[in-house]
Design a protein around this ligand. Structure first.
Ligand code: F0G
Length: 422
């Protein structure tokens, strides 16, 4: 069962190798020659302790990378993330129930591990010596971890002073060479693409089509967890647009393979200050206009998303929508998710804030079934949480703050504090 790279613009086909764009400049996607695939195979592997099928990515090997030799697979294992719901969450967004799929439960704390296991395994298959990425933090943490496991050199390009500390700590600790670019993520992305071409670094941003293949597993796993019953909607935060692209491809293939017969609608949610995809959608244009991004959700502070063309196709094909939410809405939604004991980083909460908005607008009906993807762990960005609860984020009100109380070291002060309402 072979796979090939195909240009989404001109249709040119290539052998899968060290190439990330078509000669025409277009993005490449992986096209598989699928064998017979059925739900039962994936159900039988549930709960398996045996690598690589114990992974929530490699469980679906036949639809992610059918041809790779399992000896080349580098897996932690990833995926197998939980679906949660909580009455307070449903109430907050105005639905009977809201489920969240917590991708922050992956080994390095974000969904990136699902793409990275596939990308790094390809790097091993190809025998590359060094891997690289640009990142708002999570990609660099994930790549650094997988490269360390595979014994491959790793270089990460990050915007100086703009990534959350949990993520920087990971990249440094896992031993990546960390290059802090003076500029934003989009500058780092431009430089890493040039560097990978000229300096022989294997690029592992989501422009690498194998990353998208791995991220498809979020959809397969979520639908399998629901007994192969797709929800009506899937909401996802949108930055560089890898996930939005991957979700559309996963749904297209799941239909083609007969795994599902109903296609959920994708709601792709951007931060208001970093919303080039939303603007493209609203204007009904065909070409994305880059912008200078600004948002408290540093993970999605991206003004020139690489995968916008694939993402646009995903939203259109699933009759989905693109929307935007403010920093206030993001931080308030995060406080609710956190307060349910689930917890997520700011960017993740964009999906929940987006659903609330879409319910308010009547785009999502109150009886519809919705799954939000939480993309990263709360501990990735502890500063954002502490700043929200202590009221130190500029321009963001503490709507649901849980303020720390400073007291003297005596029992009377404790008693007073216990009586006080937060
Ligand atoms: N949520 C989190 C927590 C992220 O880290 C990212 C992207 C996104 C959402 C957006 O996903 O790019 O697929 O639309 N982080 C990348 C990084 C850019 O470098 O870690 P997307």
């Amino acid at each position: 069962m072979g796979s090939e790279f195909k240009c989404i613009d001109c249709g040119m086909v290539y052998e899968p190798g060290i190439r990330f764009r078509c000669d025409c400049g277009g993005l490449l996607e992986v096209i598989h020659e699928f064998g017979h695939v059925e739900r039962e195979t994936f159900d039988e592997r549930l709960g398996s302790m045996k690598p690589p099928y114990s992974s929530g990515v490699w469980r679906y090997k036949e639809i992610i990378n059918p041809a790779i030799d399992v000896g080349h697979v580098v897996s932690r294992p990833e995926g197998n993330t939980n679906l949660y719901s909580h009455p307070r969450l449903g109430k907050y967004v105005g639905l009977e129930d809201l489920a969240v799929k917590h991708e922050g439960e992956n080994p390095s704390g974000s969904f990136k591990d699902r793409g990275m296991t596939v990308g790094i395994s390809e790097a091993v298959r190809l025998g590359v010596k060094a891997v690289a990425c640009a990142s708002t933090g999570n990609t660099s943490a994930s790549l650094a971890a997988y490269a360390a496991q595979a014994g491959i050199d790793c270089v990460v390009f990050i915007p100086e002073g703009e990534i959350a500390f949990g993520k920087l700590a990971q990249a440094l600790s896992y031993g990546a060479k960390v290059l802090q670019i003076s500029g934003n993520f989009d500058d780092a992305m431009r430089v890493v693409q040039e560097a990978s071409g000229e300096l022989g670094l294997y690029l592992l941003n989501s422009v690498n089509p194998w990353r998208i293949e791995g991220q498809k597993s979020i959809i397969f796993e979520m639908i399998q967890q629901r007994g192969w019953e797709p929800p009506d909607w899937i909401a996802v935060p949108a930055g560089n647009l890898g996930n939005t692209s991957a979700f559309g491809k996963a749904l297209r293939e799941a239909v083609e393979l007969g795994l599902i017969d109903k296609v959920p609608r994708i709601a792709s949610i951007q931060a208001e200050g970093a919303n080039p995809f939303y603007r493209l959608w609203e204007e009904g244009g065909e070409v994305l206009e880059p912008m200078k991004p600004s948002t408290v959700a540093s993970a999605i502070k991206i003004g020139n998303p690489v995968s916008w063309k694939k993402a646009l196709r995903s939203v259109r094909e699933t009759e989905g929508v693109v929307d935007q939410v403010s920093d206030q809405e993001i931080m308030d939604a995060k406080a609710i998710v956190d307060g349910c004991g689930i917890g997520c980083e700011p960017a993740s909460a964009a999906s929940v804030a987006g659903v609330r908005k879409l319910v308010e607008k009547g785009v999502i009906g109150p009886g519809e079934e919705v799954v939000c993807v939480l993309t990263g762990n709360l501990l990735k960005d502890p500063d954002a949480s502490v700043q929200y609860h202590t009221g130190t984020i500029k321009g963001v009100e503490q709507t649901y703050a849980n303020r720390p109380i400073v007291i003297d070291a005596d029992i009377a002060s404790v008693e007073r504090a216990l009586k006080r309402k937060n």
